[in-house]
Design a protein around this ligand. Structure first.
Ligand code: SF4
Ligand code: SF4
Length: 442
């Protein structure tokens, strides 16, 4: 079987188990993982036609090998189109208000005072229902955010109830999350939201008190001396985490050593019995105007350190391969601004990159201009990460003075995380002792 070639979307990681050296090979598009002894991999890699027929057959099925005539550009293009136009799961983000009671020093957007009215919230929900009626999704996942979403609790509750009743009435799997700074959440609000589909709370905490309170002070300096950390942790202590999973989102300044203090925040959760389900980390992004946070991603080893510290404390980090796609690339990911505009990203100012309105529908011309990205040659021909990355966050490109279709390459960080994921999955898949070839093709 000589007419085979290796896919270009393979990430290879050497691993060792029970004194035997293996190669774990992961396909970044199909997410298939194979683990074979090093010598076998050398044959597959250098001259796949010489590998055993049953191995070649298995690798063809997994997409690791292709027939020589296969056009992998065509596969990539079809795969991307499937993602872009797939409406089986619709995910929306609704900016309930742009008001915020915090004064975070790294907030990416300038403060604005607009809030969603009851009429606009109803129009947004009707737009969502009409879309679901046309597209027949299997599942809808909504996210309410701000500003601080809990500054508009009645709009939030009203909209969430409407959506819950509509989607569950139609047999659509439904749940929603809120992103909050955690200063206003109470067990009463949480339990009322839980009754209408709240599936998780996403709370932004930037580290232990010494770090968090300087990065994320309260706007009202008379309240608690402007300090929010203890207030948030007390609020979270009262939330029944077993019923409502709490996800903490931590942004760290990659140009400072403060990230070394972040494990203390996770220790605090444990000591205070706060049932945090998981913690995610992202570096603070530069604002588009004046910014003191120019570190951007910084050294990816800092991110890896934080992820490993989280994992030590039971917060799973590497269970899925990294994905870096931008919501603005996918038609079924929709963001509504407070005035009912459909905008490309929740971290833009009002009126920016608008491609529709709930009363008029999508502006297909504007939407079509958003979808394409300007991939450099290295992404298209030389990077196995493309099916997981798709060019990354457009805002970072914008912050660098490029445009919204630009590329934000986080290759180093993505590789580190992907390698760790592959290692963990491969070691878990390999049986102990000297495995037979059949069992090694995991
Ligand atoms: S531009 Fe960045 S922040 Fe905005 S949707 Fe895309 S990835 Fe998310
Ligand atoms: S942006 Fe970077 S990580 Fe993403 S596909 Fe291009 S080269 Fe790869």
């Amino acid at each position: 079987m000589a007419d085979v070639k290796m896919s270009r979307f393979i990430a290879e990681v050497p691993i060792e188990k029970d004194g035997v050296n293996f190669i774990a090979a992961f396909h970044t598009m199909t997410t298939s993982l194979i683990v074979v002894p090093e010598a076998v991999w050398a044959t597959i890699r250098n001259d796949p036609g010489r590998a055993q027929a049953e191995i070649v057959e298995a690798l063809l099925q997994q997409g690791v090998l292709h027939r020589t005539a296969t056009d992998e550009d065509a596969i990539l293009a079809a795969y991307k189109q499937q993602i872009v136009h797939d409406f089986s799961v619709i995910k929306t983000k609704t900016l309930i208000t742009r008001l915020c009671n915090n004064a975070c020093s790294y907030c990416i957007v300038n403060p604005e005072s607009s809030s969603m009215t009851h009429e606009t919230a109803l129009a947004v929900d009707r737009f969502c229902f009409e879309l679901a009626r046309k597209k027949r999704p299997r599942q809808v996942e909504d996210l309410y955010s701000g500003g601080e979403a809990l500054l508009s609790p009645s709009i939030l509750l009203e909209s969430a109830s409407r959506r819950y009743n509509y989607y569950t009435g139609w047999g659509i799997q439904y749940g929603f999350s809120i992103i909050t700074n955690g200063t206003l959440i109470t067990p009463e609000i949480a339990s009322r939201l839980k009754e209408v589909g709240l599936s998780s709370l996403r709370v932004s905490i930037a580290g232990p008190a010494s770090v968090h309170d300087s990065l994320r002070p309260l706007k009202d300096t008379d309240r608690n001396g402007g300090k929010s950390y203890d207030l948030i942790l007390k609020n979270l202590e009262a939330i029944p985490g077993a019923e409502i999973p709490i996800f903490v989102q931590t942004q760290y300044d990659s140009s400072s050593d403060d990230y070394l203090l972040v494990p203390k925040m996770m220790d605090d959760f444990k000591q205070r019995g706060i049932a945090v389900y998981n913690v995610a980390f992202t570096p603070i992004m530069a604002r588009r105007d004046e910014t003191i946070y120019t570190g951007m991603t910084g050294d990816p080893a800092k991110l890896l350190f934080l992820m490993k510290e989280a994992e030590k404390r039971g917060y799973r980090q590497f269970h899925s391969p990294p994905a870096n796609a931008c919501m603005a690339d996918i038609r079924s990911r929709i963001t509504f601004d407070t005035d009912g505009s459909i905008i490309a990203c929740a971290s833009l100012q009002s009126g920016e990159m608008v491609y529709g309105h709930v009363t008029k529908g999508f502006d297909f011309v504007a939407e079509s201009q958003l979808l394409p990205r300007k991939f450099p040659e290295r992404c298209i021909t030389a990077c196995a990460l493309l099916p997981r990355c798709w060019g990354g966050c457009r805002l970072n490109a914008l912050a660098r003075g490029e445009d919204f279709n630009g590329i934000d390459c986080q290759a180093e960080a993505l590789w580190l995380i992907l390698e760790e994921h592959i290692k963990q999955q491969a070691l878990a898949a390999l049986p102990s002792g000297n495995a037979s070839m059949e069992r090694e093709v995991a």
